[in-house]
Ligand binder design. Structure first.
Ligand code: SDX
Length: 430
């Protein structure tokens, strides 16, 4: 196919901009030379219309509600893949054979322990510390034990760092939880698989044996798979951006955890539950009154778990989770009034012109928290669970960034609208 171009005319000049061709989805108008040739830049707050990279990892069709990882549909992966299997797919680019998966699981299993020195690190936090603050700082803290693997240009060092992060993130998460409830830390066990080991560290106690419920283990596996990657979301863009300065993988992932914590991003799953609980606790609140608040331009309240920068249709992950929530709640024998309120809210929103016009649908965070809650996870751990799920995505995107010949240090430009050339006024004259 002949190379396509876009034409731009501005200020009496014409510019021909080459096109970056996709496999599917948006083509890219390449503006890499625009400032050099025109002296001007584009303006796109939040980069909603700008691609910072070419990628082969995840494809989203927001209009159709399609999500694929390395070409495989999220619905198939959620129904069939283990979390380490999708982590292998994202990081290595192909589905593993049984032998490859077994070897990968054995490799991860050998790195689940934290250095004993890290215990003092956890002890330094107040009991009230939010586990996302602990997760982020512990991610950088453990990097101090692996400085020989920090070189971002060394593929073998990446593999060593990635397997340690994948192996130790659940241990850090579980110990952050134990710290918050004043309970002893539970060590990882090599006879359990990845998800069972995490659940054991979270909910076992030294005083009695703890059997992992297979229903809960399967639900957590599905939740981790659904969160594994999501192309250039805020936290992944942060991981890529920090990595573009050649900061090491641990530092880049730590920054991604911080970005994910925000209530407009991964922190929404905690806010959804808090929102639903407020509605249940308020005798005057109804789905109708909550929708009215969400629509009120003068009210900062937003319907948490609704809307998405890319999906202008039902988030396919939310669709899986919505049907799965019924099964999990039935399996664990819970009737959760928050789930009933959530379904009422969804129904009311999907029938409301404000939400229809803006194409606001439930996103992954709307139902994930209800399942986490049914599985006995405390609300403040929900975004930590999102981070464990997203870790292989962050690392595969970081690796792709380091290997892309187009990669440059992230340094956006600006449109300056401030004062210029002002005379300094001595303080006595101000
Ligand atoms: C995740 O990017 C990813 O891929 C993220 C993620 C991933 O897997 O990594 O999918 C995970 O972060 C999901 C999103 C979780 N966040 C929430 O649920 C928080 C609530 N949602 C919003 O704040 C909002 O929808 C965002 C942040 C998700 C998207 O924001 P955008 O794309 O910047 O959209 P916008 O804020 O410009 O909204 C467009 C319009 C506005 O109204 P108008 O100015 O046109 O009148 O829609 C309105 C907004 O006010 N709107 C909402 C709303 N979301 C958008 N109104 C009420 N409730 C909402 N939730």
């Amino acid at each position: 196919m002949a190379e396509r171009h876009a034409q731009l005319s501005f200020d009496g000049k014409e510019y021909e901009l080459p096109i970056v061709e996709p496999t599917i989805g948006n083509a890219g108008i390449n503006i890499a030379k625009l400032r050099a040739t025109s002296g001007d830049v584009t303006y796109d707050p939040g980069f909603a219309n700008s691609a910072g990279a070419r990628s082969t990892i995840t494809y989203i069709d927001g209009a159709a509600g399609v999500l694929q990882h390395r070409g495989y549909a999220i619905e198939d992966l959620a129904a069939n893949a283990s979390f380490l299997e999708i982590a292998y797919l994202l990081l290595r680019g192909k589905l593993p054979t049984q032998t490859e998966l077994d070897d990968w699981a054995d490799e991860v299993r050998m790195h689940t322990l934290l250095n004993e020195e890290m215990k003092r690190f956890f002890d330094a936090f107040p009991k009230s510390a939010h586990p996302m603050a602990i997760l982020s700082s512990a991610t950088n803290a453990i990097s101090t034990f692996y400085e020989e693997y920090h070189d971002p240009t060394d593929a073998a060092a990446f593999d060593e760092s990635a397997v340690r992060l994948l192996a130790k993130m659940p241990t850090i998460a579980a110990w952050a939880y134990k710290k918050s409830i004043g309970m002893p830390y539970i060590y990882p066990r090599n006879d359990l698989n990845y998800v069972e080991n995490f659940l054991h560290m979270m909910f076992a106690a030294p005083t009695a044996s703890y059997e992992v419920d297979p229903v809960i283990a399967k639900a957590v596996n599905v939740l981790f798979v659904l969160h594994a990657d999501h192309e250039q979301n805020c936290s992944t863009a942060t991981v890529r951006g920090v990595g573009s300065s050649q900061a090491n993988l641990f530092a880049s992932v730590g920054a991604g955890i911080d970005a994910l914590w925000g209530p407009l991003h991964g922190g929404a799953n905690q806010r959804v539950i808090e929102m639903l609980q407020t509605i249940v606790d308020d005798p005057d609140a109804t789905a109708k009154s909550v929708i009215a608040r969400a629509k009120d331009p003068n009210d900062p309240f937003r319907l948490m778990g609704f809307g998405h920068r890319v999906y202008k249709n039902y988030d396919p992950r939310a669709r899986v989770l919505r049907s799965y929530a019924d099964d999990v709640l039935a399996a664990v024998g819970i009737k959760d009034p928050l789930f009933d309120i959530a379904k009422e809210l969804e129904q009311a929103a999907l029938e409301d012109d404000y939400f229809i016009e803006r194409k606001l649908f439930p996103n992954v965070d709307f139902y994930s928290g209800l399942i986490f809650r049914a599985l006995d996870f405390p609300t403040r751990m929900f975004t930590v669970l999102f981070a464990i799920g997203r870790l292989p995505g962050w690392m595969s995107q970081w690796k792709e960034m380091t290997e892309d010949p187009d990669t440059r240090i992230m340094r956006p430009r600006q449109i300056y609208v401030g004062d210029i050339n002002k005379a300094y006024v001595p303080i006595e004259d101000r």
